[in-house]
Design a protein around this ligand. Sequence first.
Ligand SMILES: [Mn+2]
Length: 442
Amino acid sequence: MKKTLNPIDFDHRRKQFLNKIKKGIAVFPSAPEQIRNNDVHHEYRQDSNFYYLSGFEEPNSILLFDTSSKTPFQMFVHPKDATKELWEGKITGPEGAKRLYGADAAFSSIDSKLFDDAFIHALMNAEALYYRVGIHEEWDRRIFSLMKRAVRQLGRTGRGMWPIHDPIEILGEMRLIKTKSEADRLERAANITAEAHVSAMKIAKPGMYEYEIEAALYHAFRGQGAGRLGYGSIVAAGANATVLHYVANNKKLEDKELLLIDAGAEFEYYTADITRCFPVNGRFTAEQTEIYSAVLKAQKSCVKMARPGKSMKDLHNHAIEVLVEELKKLKVLKGTSSTLIKEKAYLPFYPHGTGHWLGMDVHDSGRYFSESYDTPRKLEPGMVITIEPGLYFGAHTKGPQKYQGIGIRIEDDVLITSSGNKVLTSGAPKEIEEIESLCNLN
Ligand SMILES: [Mn+2]
């Protein structure tokens, strides 16, 4: 297995995490392998939190953190196995887990007694368990039954069950503020993705199919060293763009249609998330220009606003204000802005949020609210967000006939810095003139 991040990064994360769980223990099972059909598996990807703390990519493994132990970071991994390695490639094994991944102690994960005993032993001296309930049912059953065994072993003490905390609250906060090396990886993913969007603009033409563009994106991602997609690519021509999570990608591109692409490459477990729209024949129609310009205005204005002290909610409210003004100018909405906003008259045309955290998961972890979950949290340096307003005139939207079938979203990835922000995805043009000139290169 290739190890890409500096081992020091993982070591540092583990130290931080161990400090935060105080006198607790923590368990992270690896992502389960998923059957696709018969004996074929879905492509394997390690669980984000598991990877974040270990850098270890193999299935059938467990991380056990025990703050009171001389070996606080224990790994349970698949043992070396010549036959399995002949078919599936190199297995790291417990010795490798210690040598290459910094485990203080490592054991086989195949002999389930080894983990079960270690877990009970660790729990005895712990004040709390950090474990994500509700992710894998099988694991929930295993953990609960081990906890029962542990409590019985205490004898008649009257002591209750150990409390279980979700480690995501700690890890979500850690993952939310990106270190330099994480921001670098996101920037690399963003550059790869921007390049792929540019090549899509260059090759698309009437008569091609959405899946041909999807294939070109994948070619550009993998060709530049991306590990995989960050999420399923949306390649939506014409009215398909008004379906927010369109994934069929099988329609022919027609003259005078726009093509909306929402796609992101994952580079070393960090994903980009870019949306661009461009005309299949290289020229925006007058109506497309009107809607596109409205969205672009809102998008650029939100990007300008994104800095420490503002919240995602501030950006969303701002996007709504600009879009409502633009929709009034285009005679899609009529009335006073404050009433239109209060009555959410924009909702049929702008039904989604303006952005989200971005990182190892496309919708990354971390609180959107203050610690008491009652006020929107302020942006801080090191956060990476998307800014993605849109306007949609779909089958169920009653708007002017001339806009029917237009769906526009423009999405950038933005790193918040102490002085404002840095747009990571500026390699993908969004101005009409730039887009048209790229589209007309072929
Ligand atoms: Mn997004």
